[in-house]
Design a protein around this ligand. Structure first.
Ligand SMILES: [Zn+2]
Length: 67
């Protein structure tokens, strides 16, 4: 189950209000600005800063596709 496109379009980073990148396997919504990855559970994005995973390697951003 993946996130509805309509939902992706309206979602922004709760921290910086910036655009998010949709990443698959594992499904996450990533803010390149904050380097935070928000988990997606059963197609529902968990848009909470304290649930987000910090990304330590900036290089990861290159293998993401823009949503
Ligand atoms: Zn952000």
């Amino acid at each position: 189950m993946s996130i509805a496109v309509e939902l992706l379009e309206i979602l922004v980073c709760p921290k910086c209000k910036g655009e998010l990148l949709h990443r698959e396997d594992p499904e996450q919504l990533v803010c390149g600005e904050c380097r935070l990855a928000y988990p997606v559970k059963d197609g529902i994005p968990i848009m909470l800063i304290d649930q987000a995973l910090e990304m330590d390697t900036p290089g990861n951003i290159s293998d993401m596709k823009d949503c």
